[in-house]
Design a protein around this ligand. Structure first.
Ligand code: ADP
Length: 600
């Protein structure tokens, strides 16, 4: 209350008192003293000691015309006693903020990011910090910014704080000077022991937190719907049960599988929830296994309307705290998978039969073909030996041609047979010491390797393979390296290296080389780049056989070449250290143990 208002208030009181005295005609001392004591008591009680003393003086002056002289000292004492007494009472109930209780002088108070006020027990604001001023302007009482609906609650908190020394933290709503609602968490602390002492009101702005909470809530709801939608579109029926075997939730897929409305299931005991599905099961006993939550997965058939489905049942106990003791049942639709499996099985069976027939056919045909061939070859040989002199030059030439053609035909059939055997029979796999393979090749090709500079690495790896395959693979490449070489000193270099889970081998020659455009083609069956009339050994199947062997082991073969300078054939074979396929059936090879075999 401003000074001017106080003075006006006192004047009004005096006016009323004088009007009262004059109006009632009280001119005697005691009544005058009593009436003029009233404004003294009011101003002392309302505005404190100075106001009380001032009023006492004013009342004394007013008493002079009315009160007899002998009573004047008594009047003065009475006014002083009333004004002083009421002033004292005011002081007790409205103590000034002591030095200790003046947080406004403290940096922390002024600079705090929270809204801080010092208030009295009636909610009168004594001071406020910068932040409070910025947001709430200059309120005189807390009621100006506490949300109307929260004011009753705040009053209670204020009462608590005055009584116990502190209250809160409690959440309230406030209204800023720009009429915005600001949620706050507030705390009230009495600044001194006295129950009438001022209180510190500290409010933490929760707007950002509330906004964040809203966002989190929205996001949670969005994701929940999203997840529910996603689970609803799964091809797997899902049933969530609590520890009392009651359905907590079921997805739309399950609804479809069992033709039961999921809203009818939720809250029901599982036996009742799924009871209606019994008539749809091919084997009604399966329902009991589902109800009991069979720990072993099983497959069953269900027929809803016209659709028959094969479902796989799996039950998983729930471990999370919230639904502990409950379970999640999965009904996986494996109808399509089963159909595919069956058709694949059928196809594989047919393919195997066909392969077997083909193998038999190749075998029979090649043997049957070889028989007349052998006769042609034998008789042309007899003719050459016994009748050579009786034939003229043309006759000799024809006979030689017949002989070479039959030999070539024999080679072709042999190659075809070898090719057809790769991968069709279950060749035995064994630990193959490649160093030994080379010993054999050197022995077999002794004559052809004369005058050939064959360079072998000091060590060769040990692999798991069919030994005959390895001999064939390396012999074919070495034989080509000799055959397609026009240099006076033929050089062949063989090497290998580790490449991830494979070994990479190479056979390099200084031969005629291969033009870029044929580097893929030469691996095709019967493809020959340099057919020579008199060369009945070359069939064009050698590299095809190499390719088939390498691919049979999961490897790859390719060639790099420079025409006129030579070619390098590369191929990869699995390193048994990494290979699952070759580590079974008793031939498990471990790491370094299979390291390398030494070439002599
Ligand atoms: P063949 O040797 O019986 O003709 P291959 O399948 O072994 O059949 O080889 C196919 C063709 O690839 C050969 O005819 C030859 O032209 C070419 N070729 C193979 N190896 C080499 C090589 N080391 N250098 C040059 N050409 C080669």
């Amino acid at each position: 209350m401003s000074g001017l208002t106080r003075i006006t208030g006192i004047l009004v009181l005096y006016g009323l008192a004088i009007f009262f005295l004059l109006g009632l005609g009280f001119y005697r001392g005691i009544e005058v003293i009593l009436v003029l004591s009233v404004p003294v008591a009011v101003s002392g009680g309302l505005w404190g000691m100075p106001a009380g003393v001032l009023s006492a003086v004013a009342s004394f002056l007013c008493s002079l015309p009315f009160v007899p002289d002998k009573l004047l000292p008594w009047a003065g004492m009475c006014y002083i006693a009333v004004g002083g007494g009421m002033g004292l009472w005011h002081r007790l109930t409205h103590p000034p903020v002591s030095k200790r209780a003046r947080p406004a002088e403290h940096q922390l108070f002024r600079r705090s990011l929270n809204f801080v006020y010092v208030i009295d027990a009636d909610g009168q604001i004594l001071e406020g910090n910068d932040r409070a001023h910025e947001v709430f302007g200059s309120p005189r009482r807390v009621w100006e910014f506490i949300h109307p609906d929260d004011q009753a609650r705040f009053r209670e908190e204020l009462g608590h704080a005055a009584l116990r020394g502190e209250a809160g933290p409690t959440k309230f709503r406030t209204i800023s000077h720009s009429k915005e609602m600001i949620p706050v968490e507030l705390k009230l602390v009495r600044l001194e022991q006295n129950r009438f002492a001022p209180l510190a009101l500290e409010m933490r702005d929760l707007s950002a937190l509330a906004e964040l909470e809203n966002k989190v809530r929205e996001a949670q709801a969005r994701y929940r719907y999203l997840i529910e939608d996603a689970i609803d579109t799964l091809n797997t029926g899902i049933l969530l049960l609590d520890k009392d075997q009651r359905v907590i939730w079921a997805n739309r897929t399950l609804e479809r599988f069992f033709d039961i409305d999921r809203d009818d299931m939720v809250g029901c005991e599982v036996r009742r929830a799924l009871g209606r599905a019994k008539r749809l099961l091919a084997n009604p006993d399966d329902l009991e296994r589902i109800i009991n939550g069979s720990a072993d997965p099983f497959i069953f058939t269900v027929r809803a309307h016209t659709t028959e489905r094969i479902l796989e049942y799996r039950s998983i106990p729930v471990a999370t705290e919230r639904y502990k003791g409950g379970r999640i049942d999965h009904f996986i639709d494996i109808t399509e998978k089963k159909r595919l499996e069956e058709s694949l099985h059928e196809k594989t069976k047919r393919l195997e039969e066909k392969n077997q027939q083909l193998e038999q056919f190749t075998h029979v045909v090649s043997h049957d073909l070889k028989e007349p061939l052998r006769t042609i070859s034998a008789f042309s040989q007899y003719l050459l030996e016994d009748y050579y002199e009786k034939l003229d030059d043309d006759g000799k030439d024809y006979l030689n041609r017949i002989n070479r053609a039959s030999l070539r035909m024999q080679n072709l059939i042999d190659d075809l047979l070898r090719l057809s055997r790769i991968g069709t029979r279950h060749e035995t796999l064994e630990k193959v010491y490649l160093s030994e393979v080379f010993e054999q090749i050197k022995e077999d090709m002794k004559a052809r390797l004369e005058n050939v500079d064959l360079r072998l690495p000091k060590t060769m790896p040990i692999i798991i393979a069919n030994r005959t395959h390895m001999v064939e693979l390396f012999s074919n490449l070495i034989s080509n390296a000799i055959k397609y070489n026009d240099k006076p000193l033929k050089r062949i270099e063989i090497g290998w290296s580790q490449q991830g889970e494979f070994y990479k081998f190479y056979v390099r020659d200084n031969g005629i080389g291969i033009e870029e455009q044929y580097r893929e083609k030469i691996f095709e069956l019967f493809e020959r780049l340099n057919p020579r009339g008199d060369d009945y050994e070359s069939t064009g199947a050698g590299l095809t056989i190499c390719k088939r062997i390498v691919e049979e082991y999961g490897g790859r073969i390719w060639v790099e070449s420079k025409v006129g300078e030579g070619s390098t054939f590369y191929f990869t074979l699995p390193n048994p250290r990494f290979s699952q396929r070759f580590s079974g059936n008793g031939t498990t090879i471990h790491g370094a143990a299979l390291a390398q075999s030494t070439l002599r």
